[in-house]
Design a protein around this ligand. Structure first.
Ligand code: HOZ
Length: 438
């Protein structure tokens, strides 16, 4: 891991906390994406989150654009979410037995996402994608799956091939420990390559159980799908009897209340969810057509289980978050603020003549240090990651906490007001000016 830059001056407590953590945890963290491996230096340690802001343990305040990698669409410590979690905790944190709240969260999901008729709650996005793949194989009786390079579906063995997110950031898109046997049925294609998809289905269509894809990629930076690609996904899977799995862990309830499938008019067979659906607590979900979901145990024979699945705290946070989103409908506001941020970042880069492109869908966006638009992993891989790293640290010095990798999307929350957006654009302008004279 690149550790060429330590925490900047003024972070002595983060520095000490990281030294302590390194002794007891591999790399000092519990998930590699947060270790600053993509930008060099040491991670900051945080004490609290308030609305659009994070406060580190050295008392510095940042406008936060990671938002816990997506869940915090209402900002940190939203009063309704905090109250719901406190009330649930007072009644008991886990029973390992059914509660009515689980049906309430399932109903909210089903009402919002038209392709989902039944849903199973799990504890993370990884569990959701892992289970959806198993279900697709159990339902079709086939083994092969298709995924796309630079798409990331959690740390599921069969999907940890040419993976995005921390796997791309840290240069291990195929992890040691993932066996050839586990991945021999995983076919990797380029994102947005409709012809490649059609060719593969022509060659192996009868063996393919499912295609899994991110409808807006968040894990090689924000990458937007083409219409032709989305059309080919549905058309090819349907005509060859394979299932289409739309991985909305990042986009679900984020780019619209009905997810990316409602924005792009996609009709998947299965959908995976996580992040926003748990309101900042560990929740994942997979759902889809009733006929398929009825194959999950105990209705059917495809095994999947979890001691803490649908636990009262996570369920309460998810319900409170979705209710606020449903009732307050903040998506126009998110769109407007995110569009302003994207335009501001783009013009700041243009002013100093830095090659760049911007991709955005709703409140997910990425400023790429690349001279051509990013449409797939080969174009993403051409980005100037060293420049991104400098940009990141310039912004940290100005109180802005951006994703610590070029290959992650940034997230705007409802707590990011006019003032925060304007301050971010101003800080980006000064940061990019500083870069252009280095
Ligand atoms: N799925 C998150 C964004 N790519 C990363 C979360 C993590 O690995 O910690």
């Amino acid at each position: 891991m690149n550790r060429t830059q330590s925490a900047p001056p003024g972070h002595p407590r983060s520095h000490a906390a990281f030294a302590r953590a390194l002794k007891v945890m591999p790399g000092g963290v519990n998930s590699p994406a947060r270790a600053f491996g993509g930008v060099g230096g040491e991670p900051l340690f945080f004490e609290r989150g308030e609305g659009a802001y994070l406060v580190d343990i050295d008392g510095r305040r940042y406008i936060d654009y990671i938002g816990s990698w997506g869940p915090m669409i209402l900002g940190h410590s939203h009063p309704k979410v905090v109250a719901a979690v406190q009330e649930a905790a007072a009644r008991g944190t886990s029973f390992g037995a059914p509660t009515e709240a689980e049906s309430e969260l399932a109903e909210l999901i089903i009402e919002a996402v038209p392709s989902v008729e039944q849903v199973r709650l799990v504890n993370s996005g990884t569990e959701a994608t892992m289970s959806a793949i198993r279900l697709a194989r159990g339902f079709t009786g086939r083994d092969a799956i298709i995924k796309f390079a630079g798409n990331y579906h959690g740390h599921v063995d069969s999907l940890l091939v040419a993976a995005g997110s921390a796997a791309a950031t840290l240069g291990v898109p195929n992890s040691p420990g993932v066996t050839v046997g586990t991945t021999q049925d995983t076919l990797v294609l380029e994102y947005n390559d409709a012809e490649g998809l059609e060719r593969t289905f022509r060659q192996r269509g009868s063996q393919i159980a499912a295609v899994i894809f991110e409808p807006v990629v968040g894990n090689m930076g924000c990458v937007v799908p083409t219409k032709a690609f989305l059309h080919a996904l549905r058309e090819q899977t349907t005509s060859h009897g394979a299932l289409l799995i739309c991985d909305e862990v990042m986009t679900g309830f984020r780019v619209a209340y009905g997810g990316a499938q409602s924005v792009f008019d996609i009709h998947p067979d299965l959908t995976t969810l996580g992040k926003v659906v748990g309101g900042g607590l560990p929740v994942g979900a997979y759902g889809g057509r009733r006929e398929i979901m009825q194959h999950v145990l105990p209705a059917g024979k495809v095994f999947q289980a979890g001691t803490l699945s649908g636990n009262p705290l996570a369920t309460a946070a998810g319900i409170a978050t979705l209710q606020v989103l449903r009732d307050e409908k903040p998506y126009d506001l998110l769109e407007e603020r995110s569009a302003r941020l994207a335009a501001g970042l783009s013009s700041a880069a243009a002013e100093v003549g830095l090659p760049h492109s911007i991709a955005r869908v709703g409140s997910m966006l990425t400023l790429f240090f690349a001279s051509e638009p990013v449409r797939d992993w080969p174009t993403a891989a051409k980005c100037d990651t060293a420049r991104y790293s400098k940009y990141f640290w310039e912004l940290i010095g100005r109180g802005i906490y951006m994703p610590c990798s070029q290959f992650e999307a940034l997230f705007v929350s409802t707590a990011h007001g006019e003032a925060e957006i304007a301050a971010t654009i101003d800080a980006a302008r000064r940061s990019l000016q500083a870069l252009s004279v280095q």
